[in-house]
Design a binder for this molecule. Sequence first.
Ligand code: ACO
Length: 382
Amino acid sequence: MSTSSNVVKKNKEGGLEGIIAGNSEICEVGVGSHGEHSLHYRGYTIEDLASNASFEEVAWLLLRGKLPNKNELATYKEKLRKLRDLPSTCKHILEEIPAHAHMLDVMRTGCSVLGNLEPESKKHDQYAVADRLIACFSSFFLYWYKFHHQKKRADLNSNEDTTAGHILRVLHEKTPNELQKQALNATLILYAEHEFNASTFTVRTIASTLSDFYSAICGGIGALKGPLHGGANEEAIILIQKFMTPEDAENGIKQMLNEKKLVMGFGHRVYKVVDPRSTFVKAWANKLSIDSKDKHLYPIANRIEEVMWDSKHLFPNLDFYSALVFYYLNIPTNMFTPLFATSRISGWSAHLMEQRANNRLIRPLANYIGPSLQKWIPLEKR
Ligand code: ACO
């Protein structure tokens, strides 16, 4: 049994809650003693970034540590635009993945295949790999989805200069309007980075073994898939859509809470009063609900939020209202978490590089709580 003073005593205290696992210059999650919560990427508030920047600008900031100037941004956008298409071998393999596959499994496979086709090297360094993945992460699932569900081979070479515009154009095969592009752009920015969350920590742990870029990112995709992390946005829209009216939602949620069921899209390990990203994404959900003249789902979501706060003092996290944003953008539900990954690849890449720049193998200790020493019993006597 470990004698360390900070050993895990019971499950409630597990999950490394409250443990500072390392230094980082990338993102600051501020949690004040009076509930004032904030989120900064490289010193810039998410409010400023999500109101003014493009996702590409934020990706540059996360990877390179400073905002790009006008020329750098234009060049970067053009570079990403040209990197969206996939090698034919990769497309062929995506075509072989079954139509019922989970889209994050599709992304994980796509990323792994690209790691074989375009491995990291002196010429194709970590920045080149990061930019390539930021550019083509959505291509894996868009290509696969169009092929299997619409019987088409997607044209991944749109002329849209933003990731948001490109995704909407390829998916819907028409020019997206400005409001839609802005809403998706802002949501991608809010999803881009969040310090040592489960998937980012997984990426850093794999990177700390000096494994390759793609292996670390595949691990991150796997961690994100779980419903306690990225998968919550898909569960949230399924829940919201279950209810016919706000009253129906109120009763249903109260019943779920009585039965001690989790309501997806609520609560957070670090934030305890509000998720600062949620305020912003909720405003976008509201704008889109007005734009699409929907008087049905947004009021239901609002009522769920009220009941969760009144009953449990739980607040919506980013996944709750982002689910509504994606819904209003006519994005299929099983694409919600892949969109999270499409954004988070920027944060993962920045963390991977930061880990490498000052690496030490991540290898904590376990507090042993198993049986005491046992006498060996030969097979014939068991
Ligand atoms: N619905 C109902 N009850 C909840 C919820 C929820 N969404 N979240 C927490 N609680 C309850 C717990 O049951 C627990 O109650 P208890 O004290 O009576 O046992 C209490 O609130 C504290 O919760 P913990 O599980 O200890 O909180 P933890 O920090 O471990 O969990 C987590 C955080 C995993 C996010 C949790 O709130 C949850 O499961 N939420 C739903 C999944 C979700 O939305 N995930 C997205 C996370 S954000 C992101 O990835 C962008």
